[in-house]
Design a protein around this ligand. Structure first.
Ligand code: NAD
Length: 452
C-alpha cells in the first residue's frame, strides 16, 4: 500500500498521512459508479434536486471546518478558504436547479413528433489540481451529478483533504453510495484509469497544459468526452485614460491572490507608455502593502506557495540578470514563502512573459496604443483571462472583443461566477464550465422521431 504525507505549506509540519488508491481500487470504484448510475438517473428530478440542496446545506453547515482544512492543507488565507467552501455550496444550489430544467426541444416535422432529450453520459471522472481544490472539484461534480451522471473524483496528491470531506458530506446528505466517490491517488495511477477505463465516459481535467494534452490524446482512443481547463498567461491592460490609482491599487490582487497560484492570474501588466512611470510609482506601495503571512490570520492577504519544489520553480523565473523593480514582504521561518515580485522584462521572449509562473511574480510591460495592447495581450499560446482598465466605453468593448481569452473583466479583476461560463481560448483549454449551459457539458443530445 502506498501512502503520502500531507504537509502544511505555511509550517512544513505533517498534517496527516493518507493511503493512496491503487489502480485496482480505482477500477472497482468506477464499476461501483457505473452500477449506481442506473438508479441515480432514474431518481425523480425533484428528488435529485432536493438531494443536491441537502448536500449544499451540509457544506454550508461545515463551511468553517472545510475552510480550516484548506488553510492547513493548501496554505490558503482563511478569507479565501471561506469563499471557496461557500462557492461549493453555491455551485451545488445552482446545480440543484438543473434536474427540473433540463429541457429538450419539440421540433416541427411532418408525419409525427420530434423531441430531443439530454441524456446523462454515465460515469464522469473529475481530475483536480492543487491550487483551488474545492471550487474546481465542485464545478465538475455539481452539474455532472445534477444531469444524472455518477462521479469519480481525483484530488491532487498535495491537497486531498477537503475533497475527501466533501465526499463524506455527500453521503451524510443522502446522496446514494457510489454516486459520488473521492479517490485520493496519483495522476499516473487513478487519473490515468479515468482516461483508459471504458466505463468513464467523460474526463473533466483541470491542471497544466502539458498533462492536459496527454489526457486529450488518451481520451481520443475511446472518443471520450473531455473538458480541459489549463494554464494561463493573462494580461492586465491599463490605458492612460483609466483611473490609474484604482488600477494600481488593485493590480497586486489580480495576480498575487492565492500567492499567484491561480490560472487566471494577471501575470502580465501592460501599461500605456505615457503613464508607465506614474503607474509603477503607484504600484510600488500597493505591492509592498500586500499582507503576506500566517494564512490563518484574518488580516492576511497572501499565504505561502504549495511546496518547496514549486517555490524553486517560481524562483527560477527571477534570474540574477532579471530586472526586479521592487518586491513585497515575506515572513521568516518555516513555510514555502516567496515575496510578491515585480519584474521589468528585457524582451518579449523572456520566459517570465511566455511561461506560466504560477507564483507571485508579475512582469510589467509598456505599450503604445490600443492595437499594440491587443497585439501584446494575444502574443501568447494561452487565452484564459484578463482585465482592461479604461474609462472609455467604446475602447473597453473593442479591446474586450479583440483579446483572445475566455474570461475578461473591465475595471475589475473578477473572473469567476458560478452562473456565468468559464473556460479558455487557445491552449488554455477546451469547453466551458459553469454558467447557464453547465449541464450540457454532461449530457448527450438524443433526437427521437415518433410517427403519428
Ligand atoms: P498537473 O497537471 O500537474 O496536475 C493536475 C491533476 O492531474 C492532478 O490531480 C494530477 O494528479 C493529475 N495528473 C497528473 N498526471 C496525470 C496523468 N498522466 N493522467 C491523469 N491525471 C494526471 O497540474 P497542477 O500542478 O496540479 O496544477 C497547476 C496547473 O493547473 C496550472 O497550469 C494551472 O494554470 C492549471 N489550472 C487551470 C485552471 C483553469 O480553470 N483553466 C484552474 C486551476 C489550475
Amino acid at each position: 500500500m502506498t501512502t503520502t504525507q500531507v504537509v502544511n505549506p505555511a509550517t512544513e509540519q505533517v498534517v496527516t498521512t493518507l493511503e493512496l488508491v491503487s489502480a485496482a481500487e480505482t477500477d472497482a470504484a468506477i464499476e461501483r459508479a457505473q452500477r449506481a448510475g442506473a438508479d441515480w438517473r432514474a431518481v425523480a428530478p425533484g428528488d435529485r434536486a432536493r438531494l443536491l440542496r441537502r448536500f449544499a446545506e451540509a457544506v454550508d453547515a461545515n463551511l468553517e471546518q472545510l475552510a480550516q482544512l484548506e488553510v492547513a492543507n493548501a496554505g490558503h488565507t482563511i478569507g479565501n478558504a471561506r469563499w471557496e467552501a461557500g462557492n461549493v455550496r453555491d455551485v451545488l444550489h445552482f446545480a440543484a436547479g438543473i434536474p427540473e430544467r433540463l429541457l429538450g426541444n419539440q421540433i416541427p416535422v411532418a408525419g409525427g413528433v420530434d423531441i430531443t432529450f439530454h441524456e446523462p453520459l454515465g460515469v464522469v471522472g473529475v481530475i483536480v489540481p492543487w491550487n483551488f481544490p474545492m471550487p474546481i472539484a465542485a464545478w465538475g461534480f455539481g452539474p455532472a451529478l445534477a444531469a444524472g451522471n455518477t462521479v469519480v473524483l481525483k484530488p491532487a496528491e498535495l491537497t486531498p483533504l477537503t475533497a475527501i470531506r466533501l465526499g463524506e458530506l455527500a453521503l451524510e446528505a443522502g446522496v446514494p453510495e457510489g454516486v459520488f466517490q473521492v479517490l485520493p491517488g496519483k495522476g499516473s495511477v487513478v487519473g490515468r484509469r479515468f482516461v483508459t477505463h471504458p466505463a468513464v465516459r467523460k474526463v473533466v481535467f483541470t491542471g497544466s497544459t502539458e498533462v492536459g494534452k496527454e489526457i486529450m490524446a488518451g481520451c481520443a482512443r475511446q472518443v471520450k468526452r473531455v473538458t480541459l481547463e489549463l494554464g494561463g498567461k493573462s494580461a492586465n491592460i491599463v490605458f492612460a485614460d483609466a483611473d490609474l490609482e484604482r488600477a494600481a491599487a488593485t493590480a497586486p490582487y489580480g495576480v498575487f491572490d492565492n500567492a499567484g497560484q491561480d490560472c487566471c492570474a494577471r501575470s502580465r501588466i501592460l501599461v500605456q507608455r505615457s503613464v508607465f512611470d506614474r503607474f509603477l510609482e503607484l504600484l510600488e506601495p500597493a505591492v509592498r502593502g500586500v499582507r503576506v503571512g500566517d494564512p490563518s490570520a484574518e488580516s492576511t492577504e497572501m499565504g505561502p506557495l504549495i511546496s518547496a519544489a514549486h517555490r524553486a520553480r517560481v524562483a527560477s523565473f527571477v534570474e540574477p540578470s532579471t530586472k526586479v523593480a521592487f518586491t513585497g514582504t515575506q515572513p521568516d521561518g518555516p513555510g514555502f514563502w516567496y515575496p510578491p515580485t515585480v519584474v521589468l522584462p528585457d524582451a518579449p521572449s523572456d520566459r517570465v512573459l511566455t511561461e506560466e509562473v504560477f507564483g507571485p511574480v508579475v512582469a510589467v510591460v509598456p505599450f503604445e496604443d490600443e492595437a499594440d495592447a491587443v497585439r501584446i495581450a494575444n502574443d501568447t499560446e494561452y487565452g484564459l483571462s484578463g482585465s482592461i482598465w479604461t474609462n472609455n466605453v467604446g475602447r473597453a468593448l473593442r479591446v474586450s472583443r479583440g483579446v483572445e481569452a475566455g474570461n475578461l473583466s473591465v475595471n475589475s479583476h473578477s473572473s469567476v461566477r458560478y452562473w456565468t461560463p468559464f473556460g479558455g481560448f487557445k491552449q488554455s483549454g477546451l469547453g466551458r464550465e459553469l454558467g447557464p449551459d453547465a449541464a450540457l457539458a454532461f449530457t448527450e443530445t438524443k433526437n427521437v422521431f415518433i410517427a403519428t
